[in-house]
Design a protein. Sequence first.
Length: 203
Amino acid sequence: MKPSDTALAVAAEAFKISGGIMRTSEALAAGIQPRTLYWMRDNGLLVALSRGVYHLSSQDLPSQPDVAAVMLRAPRAVLCLVSALDYHEIGTRIPPAVQVALPRNVRPPRIAHPRIKVFHMSEASMTAGVEEQSIAGVPFRVFGIAKTVADCFKFRNSVGLDVAIEALQEVVKNRRASPAEIMSYANIDRVESVIRPYLEALL
């Protein structure tokens, strides 16, 4: 049975206030009835970005909907590596999955879609260089530029040394971060000796 026009209007307004994206639990907490929520989903008014994460179809899709969907379901995660480079508009690589960092003692979330790749980091590395950002009203954390460059060298076997070098060259050339900032995070990641030769070649 179709919900009343009033119920649909109230639900749509709640989604708009939340930037167009909400989890099921948030929608229910906002007063949207389950039957209204699922009717909207089944009739194309809502689009499922991930299990239990919905986007109001009348709103423009955020620039990085996969990131928004993952961060809603994994709020302790920090966007990292190629995904962080992509967010900061550095390099030419498209992340094959949403890459996030989690503390070593935290289990990866079970997310079938969108694709997610988890990298476990030490407590010191997890708390260094973190920035608070948002996509379509969804708050999330992402490593800053200098920390991301250092992380790419730390996880060069996973993302590729060429990706790390490209990011370093672009960041230094365009002064997005200073060599000193990069080396400070390289110290935390214990990759000073790896980065130093490439950095010195640019100076």
